[in-house]
Design a protein around this ligand. Structure first.
Ligand code: FES
Ligand code: FES
Length: 208
């Protein structure tokens, strides 16, 4: 067993785990962040995508040892970012309901994986807001069974961070590592185009 320190969705986190355990499994089993999905388990489908140190990676291919000291963003973290932004613009009653943290410096779930109270706090503090990209996928029918969706949305986020106004070929190339068996892709591409056309995240973030 190894003690691995990393930052997940902005929270310093320590996990005690076999060093070759996959990042995907650590996220889902140890940290109970089940947004990343296992599809192929071989680096071919992108359903397990997360952002690691600013790059989109297939978490099924990353031994947790390689994530020592890394900054990881999962789909849960993406929604949190939107929720925080939305709160500042929301009416007071909605702010109270959507509050993710009781104070700016207090972030639930920062305990190690041996502290179950921290994990429960993380589970009960899941964001109540959709990220603008999630909202665009919802509006365009870009998600059907949902298995590919967290990876698609993170891939979109990664793409738009680099190319805020991508052409259709750039969208196709940016999402080439993420496979979808349901939508036929056009609805996903439309959702990405709408997300790119949205002025800011806060304008299109909504409460679930
Ligand atoms: S499950 Fe990781 S790429 Fe398919
Ligand atoms: S695989 Fe089902 S929505 Fe993409």
């Amino acid at each position: 067993m190894s003690e691995i320190q990393l930052t997940v969705n902005g929270q310093p986190t320590t996990v005690t785990t076999p060093p070759m355990k996959r990042l995907l499994d650590v996220l889902r089993e140890d940290l109970r962040l089940t947004g990343a999905k296992e599809g192929c388990g071989e680096g071919e489908c992108g359903s397990c995508s997360v952002i690691m140190n600013g790059e989109l990676v297939n978490s099924c291919l990353v031994p947790i040892l390689q994530a020592e000291g890394a900054e990881i963003t999962t789909i849960e973290g993406l929604a949190e970012l939107s929720g925080s932004a939305e709160q500042s613009a929301a009416p007071p009653d909605q702010r109270a309901e959507g509050a993710l943290y009781s104070s700016p410096g207090q972030r639930p779930g920062s305990a190690t994986n041996s502290d179950d109270s921290g994990l429960k706090a993380r589970a009960t503090s899941l964001p109540r807001y959709l990220h603008p990209i999630q909202q665009c996928f919802l509006e365009h029918g870009g998600a059907q069974c949902g298995i590919c969706t967290p990876g698609m949305i993170l891939a979109t986020h990664h793409l738009l961070a680099k190319h805020p106004h991508p052409t259709l070929p750039e969208i196709q190339e940016g999402l080439a590592g993420n496979l979808c068996r349901c939508t036929g892709y056009m609805r996903i591409f439309e959702a990405v185009q709408q997300a790119a056309n949205s002025a800011t995240g806060a304008k299109t973030g909504v409460m679930r």
